[in-house]
Design a protein. Structure first.
Length: 476
């Protein structure tokens, strides 16, 4: 162990006396755990056992990074000479404060980035392994925040690996199961690390089809979980986000379907959430989330890059089931020409300090985003002189008038004090089959659609920051 700070002072003390000693202040430049040790030396000491005390602490401060998007040191081109593309990813190891990144793009390049000192180091290359292939479409990774990076190789393989940052080596783990979808990994999936009932797991959405798994990192075994919702394809740009507590969020590219897996019940919640908006108020464009779509958890919310050759950044807040467009990532960087987020794009949270993102799109550009005060330290909602009027939270009432038959669902609603609201009918696959703009204070409305047939549907009513949902069974 190499000391990064040492200092000493002579002290005169009589038996039984005590004093406080001030040492020269030091500014620590590395995030992560440190050990502070203080000792005394006394001539003819009869009890040297109690001369030393030590304590473990962690540095969480960061440099005074400016708000907004700023490009940092690009990822090295060496050794492959390629940029980041399909299968590129980056993850944060909270224990060490380091970021690990892979280029994908059918090359073995793997790196470690020090955000505080803005410095890259080349790590051991990702081996070809049993599959005999390099990481490509579908490759993705996650960190356990204790020095290990877990990653699937994609590129139409089932290869699953772990990087040990202490030994600087890769280890091949048991392959991802081929069943139940009978497909290998080639895009449309993602993975997150989560601890459930004391057991550390890697949760994996395979992509393309609905296969969903978790890997027990203690027993080294895969478990097949309930299939991800929806009948449409989980295409490239789909992502997972873990909230650090008991929920995993899953957003489906192209279709913008948004679901929640609840760790407390080990199953998917029946009512989907509002998907990322197609239209950007900033860019005045309408785009779908596609390749390069990615997300991370930060500031008690989700930050997501839309990808699909855009630079849109969105923030999702569970309260109100709402999305807000954040600052757009710049198109021009060190590449020297306009490049937007596409294949290989990824984003990760560096604690509560900043977000770091790969632009992908065959570039080596890496960007840092520091949210503004409105996100980091939001102002409390203003209160009026009337009790109960807090922000836009309103009391909603929603009831389905039975019986409901194919093609029609009748709903009785109340919007409370809100002048308008939105009523949506959602099929079992999570698709919105009809949406109606409502006027307050309430009334009865009919949802009519030829796609409403026999089966289970969910009716969702939203107004302001309030949301209610009910289930309805439609008969013949």
């Amino acid at each position: 162990m190499i000391p990064i700070y040492q200092n000493f002072k002579p002290v005169q003390l009589q038996p039984g006396e005590q004093t406080v000693v001030d040492f020269t202040p030091v500014r620590l430049t590395y995030l992560g755990p440190h050990i502070a040790k203080c000792s005394v030396a006394l001539v003819e000491d009869e009890n040297p056992v109690n001369d030393t005390v030590s304590s473990l602490f962690k540095v969480l401060a960061r440099p005074p990074w400016a708000e907004g998007w700023h490009e940092v040191e690009p990822m090295p081109a060496f050794p492959s000479g390629r940029g980041v593309s399909s299968g590129g990813f980056l993850v944060v190891d909270q224990n060490s404060g380091m970021i690990y990144a892979a280029k994908g793009n059918k090359c073995q390049d793997f790196y470690r980035y020090d955000p505080i000192n803005n410095k890259w180091d080349t790590m051991p290359p990702w081996p070809d392994g049993r599959e005999g292939k390099k990481p490509g479409k579908g490759a993705t990774g996650c960190s356990d925040n204790f020095g290990f990076v877990y990653a699937v190789k994609g590129n139409n393989t089932l290869g699953f690996w772990r990087y040990n940052s202490y030994l600087y080596e890769w280890e091949q783990l048991p392959d991802v199961p081929y069943e139940p979808g009978n497909r290998k990994i080639k895009g449309g999936g993602d993975m997150v690390f989560a601890i459930d009932e004391g057991i550390p797991y890697v949760y994996l959405l395979k992509g393309q089809r609905n296969d969903f798994y978790r890997y027990n990192t203690l027993s080294n075994q895969w478990e097949i979980l309930s299939s991800a919702p929806g009948s449409t394809k989980w295409d490239r740009g789909s992502w997972l986000v873990y909230d650090g507590e008991n929920r995993i969020y899953a957003h489906k590219a192209k279709y913008h379907e948004f679901y929640v897996y609840d760790l407390t019940i080990d199953d998917w919640l029946p009512v989907p959430l509002a998907g990322m908006p197609y239209t950007s108020p900033t860019m005045l464009t309408r785009k779908r989330s596609k390749e390069g779509g990615c997300a991370t958890w930060a500031y008690n919310s989700i930050f997501a890059l839309k990808g699909g050759n855009t630079c849109e950044l969105w923030r999702y807040v569970l309260e109100g089931d709402s999305w807000t467009e954040a600052d757009t990532m710049p198109s021009f960087g060190s590449t020297g020409r306009k490049k937007r987020v596409k294949d290989g794009g990824d984003i990760a949270s560096y604690g509560e300090a900043a977000l770091f993102a790969l632009k992908g799109n065959k570039t080596c550009e890496v960007w840092r985003y520091v949210p503004g005060a409105a996100i980091v330290k939001p102002e409390p909602p203003e209160r009026s002189g009337v009790m109960g009027e807090q922000g836009e939270i309103v009391e909603l009432k929603l009831a389905v008038i039975t019986p409901s038959k194919s093609g029609t669902i009748r709903v009785n609603y109340s919007l409370g004090d809100s002048p308008t609201g939105v009523l949506e009918a959602i099929d079992p696959a999570g698709r919105i089959v009809d949406r109606i703009i409502l006027a307050g204070p309430g009334g009865i409305v009919e949802i009519k659609s030829p796609t409403i047939s026999r089966g289970v549907y969910f009716i969702r009513l939203s107004a302001g920051n309030s949301l209610r949902a009910v289930k309805v069974i439609v008969g013949q």
